[in-house]
Write a protein that binds this ligand. Structure first.
Ligand code: ADP
Ligand code: ZN
Length: 735
């Protein structure tokens, strides 16, 4: 305690939440002369360090605190003009999520405090403008610079040099000679205000009806959830853009959430076109400068539209009035580490707390949302038809037991014929396989040795393009050896089963003239390269697109007429309660890529179980029938959305430690009505990144306060040593 002790009788103190996994906010003295208010960003001492935090409550007399003489003083408060205080609503939202997910509030708040640089005054850089003074020595190069510098407001040194086609030394020389004057420029590009009606489309009757409902919800300025349920290509995006326009007209900010950052590039361009201004983007792949610009823009209310990944919910919204959750059924909305939250569900909480509407859009809505419609909590708006003349594709099954591919290949004769015909006709075709890499397993033909990850309980996946064996759980990578590590036989290693790279290899040998594009999430495309590849596909530069689930999502490829599913059964066999629903969504989404333009589309589904109700419903286009079957099953088994599933994962450096702690926990589970604790049992993935894992599954009725139950239970024993306990309320992953 090195702070000089101030007079406590008149001093104020305030709670400050730090972006750390602490139990709650800490109290600090407000030094004399400092003014703070709730939501202010401050610097405070913590141990020997100074940390940035947020004032989490009204300042109050220091003497009301416990042990006021031990309080330390705040070190600094950020100017509210640079960093507007985080609103009451945002703070309430953070507290709500912390309580719901059983996370420390500081750990949730850390998602807001991601750009500390944005708290300081905005950076400036210097630019040049012609001063009107003519230099004594006027070379042609210098003249060119002055000519360029006379146009426009001001130029950065490097832009000016390159526009005039000279070296930056010429620009410097002119500045020294007084012919260019230096002026301050904003370092971050300001946001242009979007215009609600910059480039609207004329809506069809159905679309107009749907957009009316959404506009009404926006104008009501109250909480509501509307599910916009329309087949792929029905114009959902155009329709919810009308809601965005209404929110903009009301002076509100809008957040459009997308499940996949790979999609943001194409989407930002579309928003730009519709509203005449580029929206802010928000995702993990952004450069720090852009991140800072968007954070500030959101905090000051200048960024009116943000297109982002789930973490955009935690931006410091000044005036949020609408959240759109596109592809709401996507499980990518669930964060699976740190704070385990579902962005769709938390967007709805945000709307409820802030009294604004939420729009969920999907061609294959989640069972959760459909059941909320049944219960009368969400309003439903349907767009049953594709826009224009486009029709939904005809779907055919290929029974792999009766019509198998040739030995060592993966495409059955009917699928090969269909791809050939599409290419012949000058159309695009797509082959979908939800498995990355070349082969999911590599083994030795001589001794049967299988390559397994040293850190995880998982086979290594061959990635032939990179010439590596990789673990999809921890990223472990090693070169593919020539000889078997076990029996040392040369050239005896064989890949088993197909990944998307192997399908590409087969396609190349069957269709040597095809222009093939492979899209897979692990082909480190970075935003830019992927955006370019997608644009090339839209432009028709590639005619055979082969990919993992990345191809299923939201793309609009007008020339695509055939979608082939190489193995539709992947994913149906695991024990996940949502496996059927997810497979249904994925297959519907992939088949929905076909026939979005002038020509009708077709989908071919290779399966070993054509009699499965899911496959039958897919062929018959009987969505309601399939969903009724799925709802019935879930309800009977008390699975979500009828019951609740919470996962508890215990991990430790050794299996013994993990099991010991799990047994200890099991012994003190309090009895509770409507709650069943299953486990402990080794997790299906019992080893990840060198950590051994044991799980509990807690099944509870919806009316049970599961947080209270968990707090009471988990408060009794604390994990020690290498043991960690992760709580996953509303679990989506069961590995
Ligand atoms: P969804 O989001 O349901 O998949 P989109 O909104 O992306 O559908 O629409 C599919 C395609 O049809 C897009 O290219 C879109 O611009 C176009 N489209 C949809 N509705 C209209 C309309 N009323 N007028 C013109 N083009 C439209
Ligand atoms: Zn691994």
């Amino acid at each position: 305690m090195t702070d000089p002790s101030p007079d406590l009788s008149s001093a104020l103190a305030a709670d400050v939440l730090l972006p750390l996994a602490l139990d709650g906010a800490y109290s600090y003295l407000v030094p004399e002369g400092m003014v703070v208010q709730p939501g202010c960003y401050v610097q405070v001492p913590l141990g020997p360090q100074i940390r940035i935090g947020i004032v989490w409550g009204e300042p109050r007399p220091a003497l009301e605190c416990e042990k006021p003489e031990r309080l330390r003083e705040m070190a600094h408060v950020y100017d509210v003009h640079d960093a507007p205080p985080l609103s009451n609503l945002n703070r309430k939202f953070i507290d709500w999520i912390a309580a719901y997910t059983l996370s420390p509030p500081g750990q949730v708040m850390r998602m807001t405090l991601r750009v500390p640089a944005a708290l300081d005054p905005p950076p400036v850089r210097f630019g040049y403008r012609a001063s009107g003074q003519v230099p004594e020595r006027l070379t042609p190069q210098r003249a060119r610079v002055l000519e360029v510098a006379g146009e426009g407001p001001a130029w950065s040194g490097s832009d000016l040099a390159s526009a005039a086609g000279v070296s930056s030394a010429v620009v410097k020389g002119l500045a020294e000679a007084g012919a260019l004057e230096k002026i301050a420029l904003p370092a971050l590009k300001p946001f242009t205000a979007p215009l609600p009606q910059a480039q609207p489309v004329t809506l069809s009757n159905d679309q107009e009806e749907a957009s009316k409902v959404l506009r009404k919800a926006v104008i009501a300025r109250d909480f509501s959830v509307t599910l916009l349920d329309g087949v792929t290509g029905s114009g959902k995006t155009e329709v919810y853009f009308e809601a965005v326009a209404a929110a903009l007209a009301a002076g509100k900010q809008v957040l459009i959430l997308l499940p996949e950052i790979a999609l943001t590039g194409q989407f930002i361009a579309r928003v730009d076109e519709r509203f005449g201004a580029a929206p802010g983007g928000w995702h993990s792949g952004m450069k720090p400068r852009e991140r800072e610009r968007v954070w500030r823009g959101v905090a000051h209310g200048d960024a009116k539209i943000v297109v982002g990944a789930r973490s955009a919910l935690f931006l410091p919204w000044a005036n949020l009035g609408l959240v759109i959750v596109d592809e709401e059924h996507e499980t990518a909305y669930k964060q699976e580490d740190g704070v385990r939250y579902h962005a769709r569900d938390m967007a709805i909480v945000f709307g409820a707390l802030g009294k604004f509407p939420i729009v969920l859009a999907s061609a294959t809505p989640s069972l959760e949302s459909l059941v909320n419609v049944d219960r009368g909590r969400f309003e439903l708006v349907r767009l049953p038809d594709r826009h224009g003349r486009a029709e939904l594709p005809q779907i055919d099954l290929v029974d792999l037991r009766e019509t198998p591919p040739e030995r060592g290949s993966w495409l059955s004769p009917p699928l090969v014929d269909a791809v050939g015909a599409a290419l012949e006709a000058g159309d695009q075709a797509m082959l979908f396989l939800n498995r990355r890499g070349y082969a999911p397993l590599t083994l030795c033909r001589t001794c049967g040795f299988r390559f397994e990850c040293p850190n995880c309980q998982a086979w290594l996946v061959e990635h032939r393009f990179r010439r590596q064996l990789m673990c999809h759980h921890c990223g472990h990578a090693s070169r593919i050896p020539n000889a078997c590590p076990e029996c040392e036989t040369e050239d005896a290693l064989v890949p088993c089963g197909p990944g998307v790279e192997r399908v590409a290899e087969e396609a190349l040998s069957r269709f040597p003239d095809a222009r093939i594009a492979v899209l897979s999430s692990d082909m480190i495309y970075g935003g830019e390269a992927l955006r370019q590849l997608l644009a090339e596909i839209v432009a028709g530069e590639h005619n055979l697109i082969i990919g993992t689930q990345l191809v299923a999502k939201g793309h609009h490829f007008p020339h695509l007429t055939l979608a082939g599913m190489v193995d539709a059964d992947i994913g149906l066999e695991n024990g996940d309660p949502r496996a059927g629903e997810r497979t249904w969504q994925l297959l519907s989404q992939v088949s929905g890529r076909a026939g979005r333009g002038e020509k009708p589309g077709r989908a071919i589904v290779q399966t070993h179980m054509p009699e499965h109700p899911l496959m039958q419903a897919l062929v018959a286009g009987d969505r309601d029938g399939y969903l009724a079957h799925e709802k019935h099953m879930r309800e009977r088994l008390d699975l979500p959305p009828y019951g609740r599933l919470t996962g508890l994962v215990i991990s430790a450096a050794s299996m013994g430690d993990a099991e010991r702690f799990a047994r200890e926990l099991a012994l003190c589970a309090p009895p509770a009505e409507g709650v069943r604790v299953l486990g402990p049992a080794p997790a299906p993935l019992a080893l990840i990144r060198g950590r051994h894992r044991v799980r509990f599954l807690v099944k509870s009725r919806r009316d049970v306060n599961i947080q209270a139950f968990l707090s009471e239970w988990l408060g009794q024993v604390k994990p020690k040593g290498s043991v960690r306990l992760a709580v996953d309320v509303d679990a989506y992953s069961f590995l």
